[in-house]
Design a protein around this ligand. Structure first.
Ligand code: DQA
Length: 172
């Protein structure tokens, strides 16, 4: 995890050509997303989860982001994984899947994690049943990306560096 600019006032030699620091990003996929590719392909597409994860790790290398991925069907396991990330990651991308619509525990864990977070969905939940319109995390995340299929994760990952930098700038 990158420490907030650590009060650096003068640039070391060669600083202008320095690469930006590598940021650490945790990507969490909620229940049933292990079935991507097989599950309702008309809604979620044909890309499988390991392919999404591999693509995110590759893109992360290009963008200077170290990407770690995690999928679980259990709410408690997701809460525990978010807790383990405290103080260790710079940003969180999360598709809580069905827990999006119900989980106060995941909301509380994200608040405690206290890093820029993007809510990701493959489908546009507003084009679907009303029960999917509610999100327990919509008001605590930096942004929400949905409706682009597997590309939603890519767009979210591309937003990470800007979100982290602007959150550090706000904290001063
Ligand atoms: C989802 C949308 C949720 O409503 C659903 O329960 C999912 C996937 C999506 O990515 O579109 O499992 O989060």
């Amino acid at each position: 995890m990158v420490k907030r600019s650590a009060g650096r006032t003068s640039k070391p030699a060669g600083a202008d050509t320095e690469r930006p620091p590598t940021l650490s990003v945790l990507v969490i996929h909620g229940p049933n997303l292990n079935l991507l590719g097989e599950r309702e392909p008309g809604i979620y597409g044909r890309t499988r989860l390991p392919d999404i994860d591999r693509g995110l790790k590759e893109l992360g290398r290009e963008l200077g982001l170290e990407v770690e991925t995690f999928q679980s069907n259990g709410e408690g396991e997701i809460v525990s994984r978010i807790q383990q990330a405290r103080g260790r990651v710079d940003a969180l991308l999360i598709n809580p899947a069905a827990y999006t619509h119900t989980s106060v525990a995941i909301r509380d864990a994200i608040i405690a994690l206290d890093v820029p977070t993007v809510e990701v969905h493959l489908s546009n939940v507003y084009r679907r049943e009303p029960m999917r319109h509610r999100s327990t995390i919509a008001d605590i995340v930096a942004g929400r990306i949905m409706g682009f299929g597997a590309e939603s994760y890519v767009l979210a990952l591309r937003s990470v560096r800007g979100l982290v930098e602007s959150s550090h700038a706000k904290q001063g």
